[in-house]
Design a binder for this molecule. Structure first.
Ligand SMILES: [Zn+2]
Length: 306
């Protein structure tokens, strides 16, 4: 005789395995290599069907999903003037790691003079939401690389705002936001292509290997990003040959020479120097193409710089 629907067999996952092992299973199944965009299909995401097994598994596994993944969002997802049907359905009480893929205002507010507080230039509503609206939040990264001017305006407005919020440059292309209530939150703005490539180029420049070997080590960097490595490498080569002044102004050359990224200090002067360098490198990257830079690099560098 068939078992009535009301008498389901107990789920072996819940009855036979201790919670520690269940968590391990959830972590294996639900961990993704890249930030996840909720509501969109994630490659290999058939495994998220585990969330639909039953209520207990849903609650256990959902916490793990947010714990081990970064959620990809934009200001659009928090905009007060955007319909919820066009927003990522984020569970604010669970989310731990956010990555904003850009710093632009929402599509809706882009057409309005009276923007919502999330989309305004000082992003006040967004900062307040991150401070108060997500109790489990541990890290936030905002990629400003396609909205550099909007980020600089935000930085200026925050520093003039008379609050305890500060935006300090802590490395080339990396700015940390600090506020009284953000102590436990790792909140950074990043020029993602620059911040990702810079450490690798610094390491490469300091290696005691031949120029040819260094060229070979540039190849995988170019494969990951065809634009930025050659631009940065040209700057480092120009510095090596004492010709940085032909590519940058005197202030940049002076800031470059202080080599603040090697100093290990974290004072205001270092932050200001790093900020000036970041602006200069971003400007150089904007005004030169990778093809131009590579043309220099593939020539005899001493001939190019004379
Ligand atoms: Zn808005």
């Amino acid at each position: 005789m068939a078992t009535p629907m009301s008498q389901h067999q107990p789920c072996p996952l819940l009855t036979k395995l201790p919670s520690e092992l269940r968590i391990r299973i959830y972590e294996d199944v639900l961990r993704f290599d890249n930030p996840i965009k909720l509501r969109q299909h994630v490659p290999g995401s058939e495994s998220t069907t585990i969330l639909r097994c039953n209520r207990q598994i849903y609650h256990e596994a959902l916490a793990v999903l947010y714990d081990v993944n970064i959620v990809s969002v934009s200001r659009n997802d928090f905009c007060a003037k955007t319909t919820s049907a066009l927003q990522t359905p984020i569970l604010a009480q669970h989310v731990k790691h956010l990555r904003f893929t850009r710093f632009s205002e929402s599509i809706a507010c882009n057409f309005l003079l009276d923007r919502c507080s999330v989309c305004q230039s000082d992003a006040k509503g967004l900062v307040e939401l991150l401070e108060h609206g997500m109790p489990m939040l541990k890290s936030v990264t905002i990629d400003y690389s396609t909205q550099i001017n909007a980020f600089l305006q935000f930085k200026d407005l925050v520093s003039q705002g008379g609050t305890n919020t500060t935006v300090d440059c802590i490395n080339i292309g990396v700015y940390r936001v600090r506020a009284d209530r953000l102590d436990d939150l790792d909140f950074t703005f990043r020029h993602r292509p620059l911040a990702s490539c810079w450490p690798a180029i610094v390491r490469l420049s300091s290696m005691d290997i031949s120029q040819q070997e260094k060229d070979e080590r540039l190849v995988p960097l170019r494969a990951a990003d065809p634009d930025v490595p050659d631009k940065l490498w040209l700057l480092f080569c120009a510095d090596k040959y004492g010709q940085l002044g032909q590519l940058c102004n005197d202030n940049t050359v002076e800031a470059w020479r202080t080599e603040p990224w090697l100093s290990g200090s974290h004072d205001e002067q270092r932050s200001n120097t790093l900020h000036e360098l970041t602006l200069a490198v971003q400007h150089f990257m904007k005004t030169h193409t990778a093809v131009q830079c590579r043309r220099y690099l593939t020539s005899q560098i001493t001939e190019v710089f004379g």
